[in-house]
Design a protein around this ligand. Structure first.
Ligand SMILES: [Zn+2]
Length: 235
């Protein structure tokens, strides 16, 4: 990938405007499907993540998250010293998003055959559906059973997770993260927890394709509450 920089065009050009309009409106995502955590959005806004981080792809698909990221950037930029600096910052930020946008297009277009029909405009990434019943963990904790806790198993894929939350979990907005053994978040999403068949259930899409197989912790929390950790294994 080529990083392009056009310092001579900083003065009059605001490439952010058009992109902002496009990405800020195009994908309403009212249910906030697959949205990363606020921490991730802040990192994206700070460009603290590598340019090929899959989280950038989400910004291309989700206008609310895109707007949040841009709002962070604007906020920091207005706090910055000079107007010139601010403009340069915005240009740089927009350029990063452009690169992410371009690479997403390449990714989604790449494997497609030339004869593919316009009826399948969605990305070609197959999502693997996985349902995890986390209700038993609460029981284990209470009766202090000696039975070792089994890891939940996740595939290296884009996973459409359905989590059946432990008894007592309230509906609301949930963060779902996959922590590595250093408790560093490696993938995640924000999603709604809804009561279904008397069970609070969260559906979230997480992209685990870039992660190595091995042990992790599946972390779930209702926003504002403590994380619940479940041993997980990526296979
Ligand atoms: Zn989003």
């Amino acid at each position: 990938m080529v990083r392009q920089h056009n310092p001579t065009r900083d003065d009059d050009l605001r490439p952010g405007d058009e992109i902002d309009e496009l990405l800020g409106e195009a994908n309403p995502n009212p249910d906030r499907v697959g949205c990363p955590s606020r921490e991730t959005l802040v990192e994206l806004a700070r460009r603290a993540r590598p340019i090929d981080d899959p989280a950038y792809e989400h910004l291309v698909k989700c206008s609310p998250c895109y707007r949040e990221v841009r709002a962070f950037q604007e906020e920091w930029a207005t706090g910055a010293a000079s107007r010139q600096k601010r403009t340069r910052w915005l240009v740089a930020a927009a350029a990063v998003l452009l690169i992410a946008l371009a690479s997403t297009w390449l990714l989604t277009r790449g494997p497609e055959s030339p004869s593919s029909t316009p009826t399948t405009p969605r990305t070609q990434v197959a999502e693997v559906r996985t349902e995890l019943d986390l209700r038993k963990y609460a029981v284990l904790r209470n009766d202090q059973s000696a039975e070792p806790i089994k890891s939940v198993v996740l595939p290296v894929a884009v996973v459409e997770l359905t989590l059946l939350l432990p008894v007592g979990s309230e509906p609301g907005t949930y963060d779902v993260q996959l922590f590595d053994l250093n408790l560093k978040a490696r993938a995640g999403a924000r999603a709604a927890g809804r009561v279904r068949n008397f069970i609070t259930t969260v559906q979230a899409t997480v992209d685990l394709r870039k992660l190595e197989t091995g042990p992790y912790q599946l972390a779930v929390r209702r926003v504002g509450e403590d994380w619940l950790l479940f041993p997980a294994e990526l296979r």
